[in-house]
Design a protein around this ligand. Sequence first.
Ligand SMILES: [Ca+2]
Length: 286
Amino acid sequence: MTNPLQRNKFLPLLGERAGVRAVRKTDSAAIRAVRILLFAALLCGVGHLFAIGLQNHVFLSIATELGSGGGGSGDPCTGCTNETFEGTGTSVAGWKYGDNSSGVITNVDYTTAPAPLNGSQSLLIRNPDSQAGTLNLVIPSSAQVDLRWMMVLTNTIVNNTRLIKLDDNVGAAMFEVQVQATSLRVVHGTANATTVSDLAINTLYYCWAQYVKGSGANGVGSVRFSTSKVKPSSGDGVASLTTGSSVNNATDFYFIVNSVSFGSEISGVIFDDLSISVGGSIGDFP
Ligand SMILES: [Ca+2]
């Protein structure tokens, strides 16, 4: 039987052993080629799966409102930091209290009517002093922060009272929600916008706010309130702006209640069910 290696026209020059090596070399090159093809196919598959995952992540971040559903009773906004003020103290660890030495009351176990706003306890901040009563929580540094909370204003006059504040990592205010002329105002650096709708005392309001830092006069901010749990997309209870001048990440959340600017009225605000999101906007209350 003819040795197949002898078909190689170079065999007479290379000799039989060299011919065997040449064939083995040819075989292993083919195997390597197959392996390379398989590895490339594997990489394509993994890359495709990664692309789908990335696409879904971006899509979810943009299109899905957190808390629109799916959260249990103990987690009213899935993916958020949720403070319900239930039980003794706060339900989230790490809150820092502002100075109460000037008569500011910060009560995280408040139950006097119209509290509780939800569950069995709420937060009251009541401030007879010129210093702001605050409750502060460090949050993950973020270019966008979305907030949802419920509140009741206990006073007839609460003009110029701040309610919510976001600071950067050196303590500068990036974003505020204020009461101005009985409406809600959103403040983003030097820009602000105010709702057309007025607030009434002793009325439960559902509120939403959003801070998105800018790179100049292009930051985005909004505040919304309603007597319904459904987040209003437009109308007199919504104030928004796209000319905000704050350009830093938010790193600190504050409840903040100033003293009032008229007569002897004392600012009092009851809060409950705060949700903080650094992963996208927050939808309706459950
Ligand atoms: Ca509560």
